[in-house]
Design a protein around this ligand. Structure first.
Ligand code: GRF
Length: 190
């Protein structure tokens, strides 16, 4: 049993639109709160979103250092990878097994794995001729994008789609899916 609100730590490397959705949807929530934001990049725009919301931030010196990441996570109950591009050290995965999740911009298990991030994902989906794509939230394990799938939201691949137009449609689905999964997991933890 975890006392409410569940403390959520968010790991980011980029722009932070998924973080922004979590900040807004959990701001008044009695179930879960964004307690800290951690990045491997000091210039990640996502950090400014956290600072504007008065959420403590940490920039990792060495993302492969398990002790540094565990210290940064502190008393977090639930960890969310939202555009975090580094592999999480095994000792951290073990400590947070079953309460660390990642969002990926495709329908895993396809179009995932090492190097599959950003436009490359959508280029691969379009090149495959797939009629659908979407967003996946899954538990994090020792490999990129291989943990058990928790939830997915599907979107159509439209005639004339470019990697940019498909990415935009998938990102909208991510912004609907991620807060829903976080709140659901937090309720189950309490
Ligand atoms: C998202 O598409 C997410 O699925 C992927 O990285 C992107 C991050 O976007 N892992 P943002 O930084 O949340 O805007």
């Amino acid at each position: 049993m975890t006392e409410l609100p569940v403390r959520v730590a968010v790991l980011v490397s980029g722009g932070g639109t998924n973080l922004q959705v979590l900040l807004e949807s959990l701001r008044e929530s009695p179930v879960a709160r964004v307690a800290r934001v951690i990045s491997n990049r000091p210039d990640a725009p996502a950090l400014q979103r956290a600072q504007r919301a008065n959420i403590p931030t940490t920039v990792l010196r060495d993302p492969s250092d398990a002790n540094e990441l565990l210290a940064a996570l502190g008393d977090a109950h639930l960890v969310v990878l939202a555009g975090y591009l580094k592999l999480v050290p095994g000792a951290v995965v073990s400590r947070f097994r079953g309460r660390m999740i990642n969002i990926h911009p495709a329908l895993l298990p396809e179009f995932g794995g090492p190097g599959m991030y950003g436009p490359r994902v959508h280029e691969a989906v379009l090149a495959s001729g797939a009629r659908e794509s979407g967003a996946t939230v899954h538990f994090v394990d020792e490999q990129f994008d291989r943990g058990a799938i928790i939830a997915q939201e599907r979107v159509p691949v439209m005639k004339g789609d470019t990697p940019e137009t498909l990415a935009a449609r998938v990102l909208e689905a991510e912004h609907r899916l991620l807060p829903r999964v976080v709140l659901d997991l937090a309720r189950r933890m309490s």
